[in-house]
Design a protein around this ligand. Structure first.
Ligand code: FES
Length: 274
């Protein structure tokens, strides 16, 4: 939200003491390209995930026990038979409630409060600021000290929830080594499910909160050699956290899309065994 012109003259980059630059930025490169691509990419994922989470079709492949991550765990009596790996403690649900309702808020919270995504959507959607050395349209800045942004501090708790969800996704991926009619089987769906779950673990473990959990609050690394080793490995992954954030959005969509195509009978699963 832009401030009135008179107010703008006293606040933000127009405050007394700031350099008197009359244009919004002196940058001449295409600084707007990165926030634009980010906005397009994030919007596309949110639209796809929202539609798929609500449609309640083609999320389970009975023959091979493939379950899309958007519906896992499926804990309601509305779930198609076989897709509820952990029982159905909840009754039939109206269509306005997604069948993955138990974990979706935690996954959403984990991604929304992620340090990388914060940077991404602060720049792309709130223009706060849109890029380095580009003035933002807002007149005031309260950071993450007030509601709703103070909730960003809950990221460490969402991290623990994400670990549990990753365990559930791992269980789903392992359960899916199933042949038509019973027994052990492997198909392209298994490769996609396992690849997705590995990358979800990599994204989760590369989280800044995980880095703190493993090596934070230590005064002397030399006194904690195991934690130091783990922290070192997590830190290496952490350096690529942004890439994993994007890759996992892609693998989630790919996994769901493939299962949707097989489940709906549009394509057949490519089978290697069983
Ligand atoms: Fe991105 Fe934790 S998941 S910082």
């Amino acid at each position: 939200m832009s401030a009135p012109a008179t107010e703008r003259e006293k606040t933000g980059v127009f405050s007394p003491g700031r350099a008197r630059i009359l244009v919004r930025t002196l940058r001449e490169d295409r600084w707007w390209l990165s926030p634009l691509l980010t906005a397009v990419g994030l919007s596309a994922f949110v639209i796809y995930a929202t539609v798929r989470s609500f449609v309640r079709t083609a999320y389970w492949v009975e023959d091979y026990h493939y379950l899309t991550p958007f519906y896992s765990p499926c804990l309601s009596e509305s779930c198609v038979p076989g897709s509820s790996h952990f029982g159905t403690p909840f009754p039939e649900l109206p269509m306005i409630i997604p069948l993955g309702f138990v974990v979706l808020p935690f996954l959403l919270g984990f991604r929304l409060t992620c340090y990388y995504y914060r940077k991404a959507y602060y720049r792309s959607f709130w223009f706060s600021p849109p890029a380095c050395a580009v003035a933002e349209p807002h007149s005031k800045y309260s950071g993450e000290t007030k509601l709703p942004l103070i909730i960003q501090n809950a990221h460490r708790y969402f991290f623990y929830a994400a670990v549990i969800v990753s365990l559930i996704n791992t269980y789903d991926a392992l359960t899916a080594f199933h042949a038509k009619g019973g027994g052990f089987g492997i198909g392209l769906g298994n490769v996609i499910l396992i690849g997705n779950v590995i990358l979800l673990w990599v994204y989760t473990i590369s989280c800044h909160s995980c880095r703190h959990v493993t090596g934070g609050r230590l005064k002397h690394f030399s006194a904690h050699p195991i934690r130091y080793r783990i922290w070192t490995q997590v830190s290496k992954l952490n350096a690529r956290h942004m890439q994993y954030a994007w890759i996992t959005l892609g693998t989630l969509v790919l996994t769901d899309f493939y299962i949707m195509m097989v489940s709906s009978g549009t394509i057949s699963d490519l089978r290697f065994i069983g």
